[in-house]
Design a protein around this ligand. Structure first.
Ligand code: 13P
Length: 287
């Protein structure tokens, strides 16, 4: 059964660790993440962007796949199925389809409009026991064609949104999606500290987990980050392992062209990446 992310994130904040959100793209991705979370006895959040939702033939298809897999693979650790960077309409569609968690990213709206729309979704998700993530201060980099500048959120605006009753809050602290450029200034711990002081017990979310050095991740967790999103790193690991398989000519030998064989090294590479992150985030054995 899918669960809201609320309980796992409150426990993470109290216990000074973070739960990973790993974005999914297809069956292999989902299977790799679920099996690894189970093996490590860790709670997990499966993230779905609106683009990935379309790619996987709609939110209902995804709910069916994930619920079926939880049963079929005997997954017993807490699993939340979460819309990543959702629009207001996208959030409503996911709630309808059976997601257990949604993000409404209103960071590109003026703060008043972000507040209005977030407030409405606090009411709707609250009635259904679904967790809600809100965002203040856009996260840089490119995701699904949306390019943000990687700004630092205003701590007072963060407090305004946190006080609406959201479950968790994503705040820009100089983080960006995708690979970090060589001249990246790093995370702004000053901003993170100010946000955490204003928002108290609210679990904070760090987007753009790919490529952030381990020391910065640990410091961010110390300063109140309880959920960390990782997407690109699994994609890079999958692509590299698949390239290696093809370049070694393995698809040309025997039945190496069988998708169950062809996609196996990439799937194992996702598992290894997720394992490494769960260890770093400290959520192993916290299920
Ligand atoms: P990365 O692709 O940089 O890991 O970011 C993932 C993310 O923040 C999804 O919302």
């Amino acid at each position: 059964m899918l669960v809201s992310a609320k309980e796992m994130l409150i426990k993470a904040k109290e216990g000074h660790y973070a739960v990973g959100q790993f974005n999914i793209n297809n069956l292999e991705w989902t299977k790799a993440i679920l099996l690894t979370a189970q093996e490590m006895n860790s709670p997990v959040i499966l993230g779905v962007s609106e683009g990935a939702g379309k790619y996987m033939c709609g939110y209902k298809t995804i709910v069916g796949m994930v619920e079926g897999m939880i049963e079929g693979l005997g997954i017993t650790v807490p699993v939340a199925l979460h819309l990543d960077h959702g629009s207001y309409e996208g959030a409503l569609k996911c709630i309808e389809a059976g997601f257990s968690s949604v993000m409404f990213d209103g960071s590109h709206y003026p703060i008043e409009e972000n507040i209005e729309k977030t407030k409405e979704l606090v009411r709707i998700t609250g009635e259904k026991g679904i967790s809600l993530e809100a965002e203040v201060g856009s996260i840089g980099g490119e995701e699904d064609g949306v390019i943000g500048a990687g700004e630092c959120a205003d701590p007072d605006e963060c407090k305004m949104i946190a006080d609406l009753g959201v479950t968790m809050l994503a705040a820009g602290i100089g983080n960006i999606h995708g690979k970090y450029p060589a001249n990246w200034a790093g995370l702004s711990f000053e901003t993170l500290d100010a946000i955490q002081q204003k928002t108290g017990a609210m679990p904070l979310v760090l987007h753009g987990g790919t490529g952030i050095p381990a020391e910065m991740i640990k410091k961010a967790i110390d300063l109140g980050v309880s959920k960390i999103n990782v997407n690109t790193e699994c994609q890079l690991a999958f692509a590299a392992a698949t390239r290696e398989y093809i370049e070694a000519g393995k698809d040309l030998s025997g039945k190496g062209f069988d998708p169950r064989k062809l996609l196996a090294p990439g799937t194992e590479a996702i598992k290894a990446t997720v394992r490494e992150k769960i260890e770093l985030f400290g959520s192993a054995n916290k299920a």
